[in-house]
Design a protein around this ligand. Structure first.
Ligand SMILES: Cc1cc2nc3c(=O)[nH]c(=O)nc-3n(C[C@H](O)[C@H](O)[C@H](O)COP(=O)(O)OP(=O)(O)OC[C@H]3O[C@@H](n4cnc5c(N)ncnc54)[C@H](O)[C@@H]3O)c2cc1C
Length: 456
């Protein structure tokens, strides 16, 4: 089958890229799970924006400081400068953000921020944004959405990407403009594995939390795009920069996914206590430093969690701003307005990834990477809270613009390569998945070891 642009992943980055690509290009978007099951839907706290020009230096400095000044300053500047236009665009798609009584945007604050500059929609900002993007994409006549279809590899020769190989299943659903279409009508064959020829391929496969026992990410997000990049010798960056979130709900019952207690709860006044219900740290430290403090305290106390006290926010603020978190605590047997809840650090975000330039181009021709899968250096060693949705969409938009600007006669084609692909190595799904997991984890370990050696 042939398409102009193949996008793997339908979180905010994949969807935003699709919306910004030219309407005369045929686009195929794959999703390993259903259309709503991605981390973009889980984002709670909000999205940073440049409040006004006077906040630029301070926002820039907060991002650099949280990233231990290992960030690429040019990417940070692009992200901040693009934030207002992105916000207007999202509002145009119908996304709604909290407002003050006079109609102006209400800004919240999270750890590492020296000011209130985060727009939010209750504690379900990611769902609010991504569901509107999805709605808009569903209206596009040039886009086909394919659920429960996994990209198992990219197709490349001489460092140029010519598309990818997809695994379909009984659950695969294909739709165009909300109408379900048969695989044959969509141009697919009847085989489980199919090669898709594409002029451009965009990897938007999200994070790597599924590789960890305790993570806030969906379990199916296992760094597939990254594994493909490793296999094809595509350049990576900051591969061992993995963010642990200091506060996720602690449960003795092993949960499927660790439930996040958003940083903005602390931004609005929640406190952390040790086993004696005494404060032990500054709750607004950047994530990596606070995680270290929490872990130190747990080791000192011999406990498996610390306590978070949301009572300082008051019942009204809790119910209006954080209804989702309050409901989860209630489900777990805690009344967040009346008592402390147990919290523990868990894997949360991946700062590293496939190395990309300012337009999200990878080191391989005709291949782009966006969102959490990509690394353009914006976050440095540690992401500042609520910079991820923003970064994902800003640089997905830039990828779309770069693709749109590419002259037709510069696009390399290779139908012969597509025809002669051997599907043998992809037939055993479990073995392939295990190989991909090992590839990514080994690469992270290798980078850790190199860093340790450097620091000795
Ligand atoms: C609990 C939680 C709270 C968060 N809160 C915030 C916040 O408040 N503010 C903020 O800025 N950021 C937040 N983040 C981070 C942010 O949500 C993510 O970094 C961002 O949404 C990533 O978007 P994405 O498009 O890269 O990936 P995702 O939204 O995760 O989408 C990945 C997509 O790739 C698909 N996929 C994966 N592998 C394959 C494959 N092999 N083939 C086909 N499809 C594949 C998946 O099915 C999915 O559709 C939070 C994250 C979590 C987990």
């Amino acid at each position: 089958m042939k398409t102009d642009i193949l996008i793997a992943g339908c979180g905010c980055s994949g969807l935003y890229a699709a919306l910004k690509l030219p309407r005369d290009k045929q686009i195929l978007i794959l999703s390993k799970s259903n259309l709503e099951k991605n981390d973009s839907y889980l984002a709670q706290g909000g999205m940073c924006v440049l409040k006004d020009e006077s906040d630029f230096d301070s926002y820039f400095e907060d991002t650099m400081k949280a990233g231990h000044y290992e960030n690429d300053p040019r990417t940070v500047e692009i992200m901040i400068r693009s934030s207002r236009a992105l916000l207007d665009d999202l509002i145009g798609y119908g996304a709604d953000f909290a407002r003050n009584e006079d109609g102006s945007l209400d800004y919240t604050r999270e750890g590492g921020h020296s000011d209130h500059r985060i727009v939010y929609h209750k504690d379900v900002t990611g769902k609010e944004i991504t569901s509107h993007l999805l709605e808009a994409v569903k209206k596009l006549p040039n886009v086909k959405l394919v659920q429960y279809a996994t990209l198992v590899d990219i197709i490349s020769e001489n460092n140029t990407c010519y598309g990818g190989i997809v695994r379909k299943s009984q659950r695969t659903v294909i739709s165009s403009q909300t109408v379900e279409i048969s695989p044959a009508d969509a141009g697919f064959n009847e085989e489980e594995l199919e090669a898709i020829e594409a002029d451009f391929t965009i990897l938007a496969t999200g994070g790597i939390g599924g590789l960890y026992r305790h993570s806030t990410n969906y379990r199916h997000l296992t760094g597939d795009g990254l594994a493909m990049a490793i296999r094809h010798g595509i350049q990576l960056r900051d591969i061992n920069y993995v963010q642990i979130h200091p506060t996720t709900f602690y449960s003795e019952v092993p949960e499927h996914r660790s439930f996040l207690i958003s940083e903005s709860v602390r931004g609005e006044g929640a406190l952390l206590y040790d086993k004696n219900m005494q404060r032990f740290t500054n709750e607004l430290l950047p994530r990596d430093l606070l995680t270290a403090e929490v872990k130190k305290q747990m080791a000192k106390d011999g406990t498996e969690h610390v306590w978070e006290d949301m009572r300082p926010l008051g019942q009204r603020e809790l119910e209006e701003h954080f209804p989702n978190i309050v409901a989860h605590c209630a489900e777990m047997g805690y009344d967040a307005g009346k008592e402390c809840i147990p919290v523990v650090p868990a894997q949360h975000y991946f700062m590293g990834g496939i190395r990309v330039g300012y337009d999200s181009e990878t080191s391989m021709g005709q291949l782009y990477a966006v969102g959490e899968t990509a690394c353009n250096g914006v976050h440095g060693r540690n992401r500042l809270a609520s910079n991820s949705l923003l970064e994902s969409m800003v640089f997905a938009g830039r990828a779309a613009e770069a693709i749109a600007a590419c002259p037709q006669d510069k696009i390399k084609k290779n139908p012969e390569l597509i025809r002669k692909i051997d599907m043998g190595p992809y037939r055993d799904a479990e073995a392939l998945e295990a190989t991909y997991r090992r590839l990514v984890l080994d690469e992270i370990k290798k980078a850790d070891m190199q860093e340790e050696k450097k620091n000795v």
